[in-house]
Ligand binder design. Structure first.
Ligand code: HEC
Length: 190
């Protein structure tokens, strides 16, 4: 029998192939993507500035303070809940995936192994929740060179100290360029 690695997620695969996802409006998907774009570029801009200013050990603080703050700001303005998550966490308190997010993250890793471009992987699905139908969207975050000084196999001693102080349980290391570092995760009632 032909075995497809995405067999357990037929709807999600349809969405990535560019087909309309049942129950997900194009306008909603476009809005989610715009929010991801805004979150990602704002964060990267502040990260780069902080790295230039005081090196990566200084930028650890920026990630810790600014990533949640930017997410909160965009959430408040947009009416979506916006955040980041991963299978290997640095901040488990804030960023741990729920069951749906975990399944999508596992699927992103499988799709990467199968040769798909991480930068364009997106999943959207309307799920039933206690409050009503919730539209959930995730977009994979690829690891790029800039990330390695804090998420790579080797981090310099100063970064190591800054990470150990703030994240004694840190698991978010050992990544290589092209890996799925994690995902943006968004949801809103629909
Ligand atoms: C200067 C160090 C630094 C760099 C460079 C850096 N990060 Fe991080 N990253 C952090 C810190 C610190 C956290 C924890 C933030 C928090 O407490 O919410 C984090 C958390 C994350 C998370 C949330 C999941 C988790 O593990 O808690 C993702 C996703 C992430 N980083 C992706 C990236 C990507 C992609 C890049 C490259 C574009 C990158 N990071 C570059 C320090 C860094």
């Amino acid at each position: 029998m032909h075995k497809c690695p995405f067999m357990s997620f037929p709807l999600i695969l349809a969405a990535t192939a560019g087909l309309a996802q049942e129950g997900v409006q194009d306008a909603d998907l476009a809005e989610a993507k715009a929010l991801v774009e805004r979150f990602g570029t704002t964060l990267q801009k502040e990260l780069k500035a902080a790295m230039t200013d005081g090196g990566p050990q200084n930028a650890v603080k920026v990630c810790r303070e600014r990533a949640p703050a930017i997410a909160a700001e965009i959430s408040e303005e947009s009416g979506w809940t916006v955040g980041r998550t991963s299978l290997k966490l640095r901040n488990a308190e804030l960023n741990a995936p729920d069951a749906w997010e975990r399944a999508v993250l596992v699927q992103f890793d499988e799709r990467k192994v199968a040769g798909e471009d991480v930068a364009t992987m997106t999943v959207a699905e309307v799920v039933e929740s206690d409050e009503g139908n919730r539209l959930r969207v995730m977009k994979a975050i690829p690891t790029v060179q800039l990330c390695l000084s804090c998420h790579g196999k080797i981090v310099n001693a100063n970064v190591g100290v800054a990470l150990a102080e703030n994240y004694p349980e840190d698991q978010a290391r050992g990544y290589e360029v092209g890996d799925v570092r994690g995902a943006f995760t968004l949801s809103t009632l629909r």
